[in-house]
Design a protein around this ligand. Sequence first.
Ligand SMILES: Cc1cc2nc3c(=O)[nH]c(=O)nc-3n(C[C@H](O)[C@H](O)[C@H](O)COP(=O)(O)O)c2cc1C
Length: 193
Amino acid sequence: MNRVSVSAFLGSPRKGGNTEILLNKALEGIDESGANYTVFNLNEMDIRGCQDCGDCEDTGVCTKTDDMDEIYEVIRNTNRFILASPVFFFGLSAQAKAMVDRTQAFWCEKYLLKKPLPQKPIARKGLFISVGGMKKEIGYTCTQASAKAFFRTISVNEHQALSYVGFDKKGAILKNSKALEEVYEAGKKLVTP
Ligand SMILES: Cc1cc2nc3c(=O)[nH]c(=O)nc-3n(C[C@H](O)[C@H](O)[C@H](O)COP(=O)(O)O)c2cc1C
């Protein structure tokens, strides 16, 4: 692909929740920069967890058929990615984690078959956003580790991680103008060539 194109994965089931608010703010920044984006609302998609069947080990291709087929395609064909998730039990939401686990097929392609996804003509970059209700940093440590593993697996070698703590009620993040500004700027930065 010869232009910057963003695929954004929304892992929160709460419509209009804190994760979605932050993601939309980042998308505003992207819009402002004139780049294209597509949002995948993982909660509305049919994505089973990885079955660890091992089928992808020889081919790098998942043999299970569901909405992940579409996501495999966009991960191959776009170059900028956003993963946005609430903190659930110190980790990614189940919706986000199911999608991330299914990228094991890319892990096999990259590390077993030695065929990482190509970087050219436009480098692959990422942005991770997470938000948790507890006022403790430990709440998002695990989400950031999972996000890093996800990005490296899909050959995103460079990503920014922004996590916010202490925002529990739906929409509470709207009171934090610094967070909103940060994700907006991160969206803009994500699409710089
Ligand atoms: C199932 C569940 C598990 C949660 N676990 C945590 C947690 O471990 N740590 C935390 O900081 N917040 C936790 N929370 C609170 C959410 O992270 C918080 O409400 C967040 O703002 C939700 O984002 P959303 O509005 O995008 O859904 C949990 C909420 C739910 C529903």
